[in-house]
Design a protein around this ligand. Structure first.
Ligand code: MG
Ligand code: ZN
Length: 215
């Protein structure tokens, strides 16, 4: 078998399991979000802020994907929210099988909203359906305006873009309008949010959106 055939077979198998995951999530009436970004853009911080605002309105759970350590899961656990850590031992993305196995530990909890924090990487997470209802791509103001053009697949496959760390705008060479313009050129349907997990700016708009998706 050629390498391309092997890769296609892996993705076909993944999609099969992802569809089963999605059926299970929908049957449970749970809205599932797959959060994708480069390392350090603020995925865990955004989840923490969302939990702080919404924990009395929704039953939230989290699956944390990391290459090593359970440090992010500890942060979520400290908020009293059920969390399962997936350590990929070097693999740079989550796949539907890992999520299926992790979800077994949350299946009896009647969650309304499940966040899946992917491994920090803008490349392969775009290709791996986990069974989520939507992908969210996060980029921070410390990254380049040209990220959407360099990594178009994840911007194309996401329903929402969160531009995070806007509190740093006075200190960094970042043009938020250019990020939005580049992102829209890839995906004109994207819903774009501007947030700071430090000052909480934009967090209430983001949480309103989450509530409207879950309802
Ligand atoms: Mg994280
Ligand atoms: Zn990967």
């Amino acid at each position: 078998m050629s390498l391309i055939t092997v890769e296609r077979k892996i993705l076909e198998k993944n999609d099969e399991i992802a569809n089963l995951n999605r059926e299970k999530f929908r049957f449970k009436e749970m809205f599932t979000m797959n959060l994708v970004s480069s390392p350090g853009s603020g995925k865990t911080s955004l989840i923490e802020q969302s939990i702080n605002v919404l924990k009395h309105k929704l039953k939230i759970g989290v699956i944390e994907g990391d290459v090593q350590t359970n440090l992010d899961a500890q942060r979520i656990d400290a908020l009293g929210v059920p969390v399962v850590q997936i350590v990929t031992n070097g693999s740079c993305h989550l796949d539907a099988m890992l999520v299926r196995d992790a979800f077994q530990k949350l299946i009896d909890l009647d969650l309304n909203l499940l966040f899946i924090e992917n491994v920090g990487n803008l490349v392969c997470p775009a290709a791996y359906d986990l069974g989520e209802e939507m992908k969210v791509v996060i980029i921070s103001t410390t990254e380049g305006d040209d990220k959407p053009l360099k990594y178009p697949a994840i911007f194309h496959n996401s329903k929402a873009l969160v531009i995070n760390k806007i509190d740093l705008l006075p200190h960094v060479n970042c043009n938020v309008d250019a990020i939005s313009k580049n992102a829209y050129s890839i995906n004109s349907e994207l819903k774009i949010f501007e947030t700071s997990c430090t000052t909480q700016e934009g967090i209430s708009e983001w949480c309103e959106y989450l509530l409207s998706m879950v309802k």
